[in-house]
Ligand binder design. Sequence first.
Ligand code: SF4
Ligand code: MG
Length: 323
Amino acid sequence: SDVLLDVRHLKKYFELRGGLLHRVTGHVKAVDDVSFSVRRGETFGIVGESGCGKSTTGRTLLRLLEPTEGQVVFDGVDLAKLGREEMRQKRREIQMVFQDPYASLNPRMTVADILAEPLRAHGITDRAEVDRRVSQILTACGLSAEQARRYPHEFSGGQRQRVGIARALVLNPKLIVADEPVSALDVSIQSQILNLLQDLQGEFGLTYVFISHDLSVVRHISDRVGVMYLGRMVEVGDAETLYNRPLHPYTQSLLAAVPIPDPTQRRQRVLLQGDVPSPANPPKGCAFAQRCPQATDHCHQVRPELQEIEPDRQVACHLYEVS
Ligand code: SF4
Ligand code: MG
């Protein structure tokens, strides 16, 4: 199958507790019935404002957070059904790159040791094999043998992210989930890291889920994009088509809020108004209804489902519903 990752009706709810007895008083629906699929070798971007559930979605894919409900079918295997040890084995094939590599790199280990550790943890102990794999990945990530003897604090932010990427790649994974991997970096360094990710994708045949709040970064790197709002996927499609012709009113507002460099190309601005509702108390109908310029009574009453409305384009909005 050309689909590597198939996410079906994924939910992640967090309990809210309060009162004297610390009882469960409600749930935050951080991820609320999200479905999408990712094809082999592509980059699937997940974009949305902070708090929309994109990081939680990413972590739940790897079961760094346990899903409340739903399926994550990776290469034909439903990850939610795996036991602890089976899942640990599977993690070789799915790795994560974080926004802040420094927080996840052991400051007392050299880069070479940081890269060797996951290999040893997965039973690759042959010294020559470990050295060969570490040096192959260092080279691929643009790091030298001399740099491999240094410690994380001796590196700049961009180089540290190279180390974070190298560590994610050392086990030869199929899928990388990258959560805001360039958001902490200067703009000039961002493009170097994005280019590195693209080169590595070609070299190692990787598939990416790329999570970011930054619309331009997501457009630059993604083949297909999913737009999240309040724990839901509201629009999914081919990246260029979606950016050129956004269909969901939320996607339209998001893109209109991005400054357009060419003043002759000004498009009509539909500015986002109002706050995102609380995921602890989500509205009954469409989650975007309070901010949507086209909302009707029906929108406030009935939640629109994500539907395929044209080839490779899914939208959750009553405006496009085919009866
Ligand atoms: Fe707007 Fe209604 Fe579409 Fe929601 S369903 S985005 S409120 S038009
Ligand atoms: Mg986040």
